[in-house]
Design a protein around this ligand. Structure first.
Ligand SMILES: [Zn+2]
Length: 442
């Protein structure tokens, strides 16, 4: 048998054709969460792995909430490398789509469908990298793990959180490649390929404010109206002035972008405060945010309600203690008759990025996209990386695709689609990062 090559040639045209066809079929497996039904996704992925002669294990959290894990064995000289993805997608509002979100069609050079960006596209790019390593017999210095998780979109109770609780040994990995980062063709109005490697993310703190008071007749106002109380509390929350905070990751993010001429302002708190005043995305990166998302009270037009409640979607910067934030909010509301209930919380600190994983991603991007800028970044939403970072692991969000800003609205929105060109680049980068991280002699 000839010695296995560390960098065998890849027939990219054939491989990308196969990847596109696989992604289209994967889109047709409707895994809208709720209910998720990730067993169907695992059946789909499992059939492919079986055909390739790769064994896998299913992790069943009940009610067809299933995750799948497969491993290609390395010589063990390094700790494992994990390709992490989730198979569920957020539900669609079909009436706002121009195409069927679950048809997996190719229209005008784009693959359409729920999950193309978040994150079946990246999941299939990871799967193809995994299969290619196996098919070409790339000699591995470490185990290469492919882990497809359930329930990420609804908080991971039946996916990553279940795995952390019940099967933590399956998560052993020196480095994890997950969703949360990637390339954009334009940033701050400047046309330039910018790739963000997400080394941190904001944490959700979902709160419910509950006011209780005395019911009564609408014709006789009194000062213990639960809805009045809630409105006052919400007003205080909305006018609560909180400072901007530039975390170390973002200091590096903005200074790299400034050096590249992409961010034109000053990378100081003062400069960023000014810029953030007119840029929602920037503001979300620089402060703990609060959105009031629901409010409910009252039974009849002429009855003073005895109860009123509202939900707040707070998103905290990495390193901010949710308990400290919640007591600060309590002090701002300053009303013992407002109860604050905690519905969901998840927080994590930033990963370091002075390591061979980050440098490998940088190198691969620079080799494949001329003039690209690579920055460490922060995901504004949440991902399963938080659970891994809390276990002390390095889990980066990165996708090799280069997405036009206008297509980003498709993530959790309508008309989600990915260009064929961007998907090809994603497949190539994910494979090359995986190969360089895992191959013997790297
Ligand atoms: Zn996602």
């Amino acid at each position: 048998m000839p010695p296995m090559s560390a960098n065998p040639p890849v027939n990219w045209d054939a491989l990308v054709d196969e990847a596109v066809e696989t992604l289209c079929r994967f889109i047709r497996v409707d895994t809208s969460n709720p209910p998720g039904n990730e067993r169907a996704a695992c059946d789909f992925l499992g059939a492919i792995l079986t055909r390739e002669g790769i064994p896998f294990t299913l992790y069943d959290a009940g009610d067809d909430r299933v995750s799948l894990r497969a491993v290609l064995r390395g010589d063990g000289s390094k700790r494992p490398f994990m390709l992490l993805n989730h198979t569920d997608v957020v539900p669609v509002q079909r009436q706002y789509w121009d195409r069927d979100p679950f048809a997996g069609e190719i229209v005008d050079g784009h693959i359409w469908g729920r999950g193309t960006l978040d994150m079946k596209g990246l999941g299939i790019a990871q799967l193809m990298a995994f299969l290619t390593v196996k098919r070409l017999g790339v000699p591995l210095a470490r185990d290469l793990v492919f882990f497809a998780q359930a329930d990420e979109e609804a908080g991971s109770e039946f996916g990553m959180r279940f795995i952390v609780r019940e099967h933590p040994e399956t998560l052993e990995a020196e480095y994890v490649l997950n969703e949360g980062g990637g390339g954009t063709t334009e940033l701050f109005g400047v046309e330039r390929a910018v790739y963000s490697v997400a080394v941190s993310e904001k944490g959700p703190l979902w709160l419910r404010l509950v006011a209780e008071g005395r019911p009564g007749h609408g014709s006789m106002p009194h000062d213990d109206n639960a809805l009045d109380r809630l409105v006052r509390a919400l007003y205080k929350v909305q006018t609560w002035e909180r400072p901007l905070s530039v975390s170390p990751v973002l200091t590096e993010y903005f200074s790299r972008l400034k050096r590249a001429g992409v961010y034109k302002g000053e990378a100081t708190v003062e400069g960023l405060t000014e810029a953030a005043a007119s840029d929602l995305r920037l503001r979300a990166l620089l402060m703990d945010t609060i959105s009031v998302t629901t409010a409910a009270s009252g039974i009849k037009h002429n009855v003073i309600p005895a109860r009123a409640e509202a939900t707040l979607d707070c998103r905290l910067l990495p390193g901010v203690d949710p308990a400290v934030f919640q007591s600060a909010m309590e002090a701002v509301i300053d009303d013992p008759k407002i109860r604050i209930e905690r519905v969901h919380v998840r927080s994590s600190d930033a990963n370091a990025y002075d390591n061979d994983f980050f440098r490998t991603i940088e190198d691969v991007v620079h080799d494949m996209v001329e003039d690209a800028v690579v920055v460490p970044g922060m995901t504004v939403g949440f991902t399963d990386s938080a659970e891994l970072r809390n276990r002390g692991q390095i889990s980066y969000g990165f996708s090799g695709g280069l997405t036009k800003p206008e297509l980003m609205a498709g993530v959790h929105g309508n008309n989600e689609r990915i260009s064929l060109e961007s998907f090809r680049l994603n497949c190539q980068m994910v494979y090359e990062i995986t190969r360089r991280m895992c191959v013997i002699g790297s």
